[in-house]
Design a protein around this ligand. Structure first.
Ligand SMILES: Cc1cc2nc3c(=O)[nH]c(=O)nc-3n(C[C@H](O)[C@H](O)[C@H](O)COP(=O)(O)OP(=O)(O)OC[C@H]3O[C@@H](n4cnc5c(N)ncnc54)[C@H](O)[C@@H]3O)c2cc1C
Length: 650
């Protein structure tokens, strides 16, 4: 065992040099124990908030002040299993051309930063926000905002109120116990008031009323993801009277009508592009405008955060930013600190390869390379690295992305709880437990898969949960269009049926047949696989008739037999090793329940707060969520709280 007795701050400096020196400097054969830890007798604590923590090569998290170097046979960042030095070296302090003073700096004006900016300003702080994009090209992703018990949901639309403890527990269960209950609770309990406030501001700022008024007719812009009451619909009720109000819908895991969707105008055709008609940006822009107009708040666009300023005990006292046009650096001194709202790391292949361990493994096994292992452009993880350089650390593995894991395509119905069969024609999971079933899909032998249903397909849709990518009848005309499309589909044919899944007007191919045998053949099953297919459907029907899924435990409400012609199927595939970081990564820096960033001793670093996709502890295993839109919902909610907490705590 080799020991080095250095302070955490010294260690970080050394680690920086190590990062720059690349693999040759890796510390072969060394151990990771602080003095006394090897024999289980850990010694006393160092001061909190020092510059160590997750730094490149980083400190051990020892509580003795004595730090021992990492055990490493390959270059990696201390404390993280994945390969490569994704963290690099904390930048040297540059020469600054001017200084500014304020109470709070907010870095990034996405969904989280916009709310942090407004909230801190409302608290009376002098706020400066830093956004790297120029004002005219800055925009917001998406259209769904997952929230709970807001006025628009409960009083305008009649959904809820729901038991919030039950919701928190569902998040934690879906995340395999890996998300942090306090972080999830902060979101679930404060998301409704956050939504209410955002819509009040939109109204006050003169935004088109359709943005803040629930209206699920063809004329409305704001709807809530919901499902239909099948029996009501079957009895011939008007489609606008058919929305289910009895949540949670619970085929395996629980879902609620929780996603406020800024869908924009109705369209009777398939739309390509995610969130193509979204109006959510109008709400966020109104929030920025109110803060700037009514309070002591200003935005520096086209300016990038560069490095945090810390005093000797590690407290964050300001930030150095760079004007992207002139290249000049500005130091902004703060009385309260900095809220980091700079998003995730999905466009940074080094970080994705090292940190998304499950997906990296899958990708490598099918020939993927680090260079190509990245998601949407724009989220380079720099804000997260800044917090690690300041002593913070990224949450423990497993670290996920916005992926559910693959599976049979649900055609126009998306992720749903109907019968799924694998390439061998066998059922393999509880299809109602979407988060787990998706993982089960990715672990099947690679090949085709299909979803099988029958004349009662719409009953199956109505008994499916409101998953992210699940069915959505929140705007009933979309379901009507889908029913019309299905009614026109003839046996012996396949057709693209336009439906609505999540918040998208997407289509999916559905195949129709008069018999199950014919259907199996049309879906490409032959020989033993076809026999299995038919046997699996027959066995599934027996379970349905008996009213209990004694194989996998899907709840009886979703056990609908496949026994009435015409029969339908949607094709897909299972077992692909391939996985990409997708739209956003779902892991970030650890904080306490005040969103105050923690060092490796789990002590808060004074003056450093985070929210949105830079915040850790939100999800356990990828997008483990019981509602669509929880990513933006959390960003907005945690953003608002971070803006409030930094003012209240400092
Ligand atoms: C196409 C698409 C559609 C989506 N749709 C949905 C949806 O409908 N519902 C949902 O819940 N989720 C959705 N998501 C995910 C969701 O958009 C994100 O989770 C959410 O935007 C996170 O908000 P954020 O504030 O943490 O980060 P971001 O929205 O990424 O904002 C970060 C901001 O920080 C700025 N920034 C970064 N680094 C710096 C720096 N160094 N200096 C200054 N500024 C910096 C960036 O320019 C950016 O403006 C979607 C994602 C994509 C890609």
């Amino acid at each position: 065992m080799e020991k080095k007795h250095i302070s955490r701050r010294d260690f970080l400096k050394g680690a920086g040099a190590l990062g720059a020196g690349a693999a040759a400097v890796s510390l072969l054969g060394a151990s990771v124990f602080a003095s006394g830890e090897a024999d289980g007798s850990s010694s006393a604590s160092t001061s909190s908030g020092g510059g160590g923590g997750g730094g490149g090569g980083g400190a051990s998290g020892s509580s003795s002040g004595e730090v021992v170097v990492a055990n490493s046979t390959e270059e990696r960042v201390f404390g993280y299993a994945g390969p490569g030095n994704w963290l690099g070296t904390k930048p040297e302090t540059p020469i600054v051309s001017k200084t500014m003073d304020c109470d709070v700096v907010v870095v990034g004006l996405g969904h989280s930063g916009a709310q942090a900016y407004l909230a801190a300003a409302e608290k009376g702080a002098k706020v400066i926000a830093i956004e790297k994009h120029p004002e005219d090209t800055h925009s917001w992703y998406g259209e769904d905002f997952g929230c709970w018990n807001s006025d628009v949901q409960v009083n305008q639309a009649g959904f809820g109120p729901y038991d919030l403890g039950e919701v928190v527990d569902e998040f934690i269960t879906r995340g395999g116990g890996r998300s942090f209950p306090e972080i999830v609770r902060l979101y679930v309990h404060n998301s409704g008031p956050t939504m209410d406030h955002m819509l009040e501001v939109a109204k006050e700022m003169g935004v088109d009323p359709r943005v803040y008024t629930y209206d699920n007719t063809e004329n409305g812009w704001l709807i809530i993801q919901a499902n239909f009451d099948y029996d009501k619909w079957a009895s011939g009720a008007d489609i606008y009277d058919c929305l289910r109000k009895d949540y949670p819908i619970w085929p395996g895991t629980k879902t609620w009508a929780a996603s406020c969707q800024f869908m924009g105008e109705y369209n009777d055709h398939q739309i390509s592009g995610v969130a193509a008609n979204s109006k959510i940006g109008l709400v966020q822009q109104a929030c920025l405008d109110k803060a700037t107009r009514d309070y002591d708040a200003q935005i520096l666009y086209n300016t990038s955060a560069y490095v945090l300023v810390q005093d000797d005990d590690g407290s964050v006292t300001g930030i150095i930013v760079q004007d992207n046009e002139s290249g000049e650096y500005i130091q902004i001194n703060t009385t309260k600190g900095v809220v980091m709202a700079g998003g995730d790391y999905c466009s940074n292949p080094d970080m994705c390869w090292a940190l998304l361990n499950e997906y990296m493994e899958r990708n490598e096994r099918c020939g993927g390379t680090k260079a190509r292992f990245k998601g949407s452009d724009g989220s380079d993880g720099y804000a997260i690295k800044m917090m690690c350089w300041a002593g913070g650390y990224i949450e423990p593995a497993p670290r996920g992305t916005m992926l559910l894991g693959g599976g049979p395509s649900g055609g126009p119905w998306g992720a749903n709880s109907m019968l799924w069969l694998n390439a061998e024609g066998k059922r393999f999971a509880n299809e109602g437990n979407i988060t787990a079933a998706a993982t089960a899909c990715s672990r099947q032998k690679a090949g085709r898969a299909c979803l099988v249903t029958d004349k009662k397909w719409f009953k199956g849709v109505c008994n499916s949960g409101l998953e992210h990518t699940g069915p959505n009848g929140g705007r009933p005309q979309f379901y009507q269009d889908m029913i019309d499309g299905m009614n026109a589909l003839q046996p012996g044919k396949s057709a693209n049926i336009i439906g609505c899944t999540l918040a998208e007007r997407m289509g999916g191919s559905v195949t129709c047949a008069n018999t199950l045998e014919e259907l199996a053949e049309m879906m490409g099953y032959s020989g033993e696989a076809k026999e299995n297919f038919l046997a699996s459907v027959a066995h599934y029907n027996e379970l349905c008739y008996a009213g209990a899924d004694t194989d996998f435990g899907k709840r009886a409400c979703a056990m609908i037999p496949v026994d009435e012609a015409p029969f339908y199927a949607c094709s897909g595939s299972v077992g692909s090793f391939s996985a990409s970081p997708s739209m956003v990564t779902m892991s970030g820096v650890m904080t306490d329940a005040r969103l105050n960033v923690l060092d490796l001793n789990r002590d808060p670093i004074k003056g450093l707060y985070t929210c949105g996709n830079s915040l850790g502890g939100r999800y356990g295993t990828g997008y483990s969520t019981p509602c669509a839109g929880s990513s933006i919902g959390m960003a907005g909610t945690h953003g608002r709280l971070a803006g409030q907490f930094i003012c209240e705590d400092n």
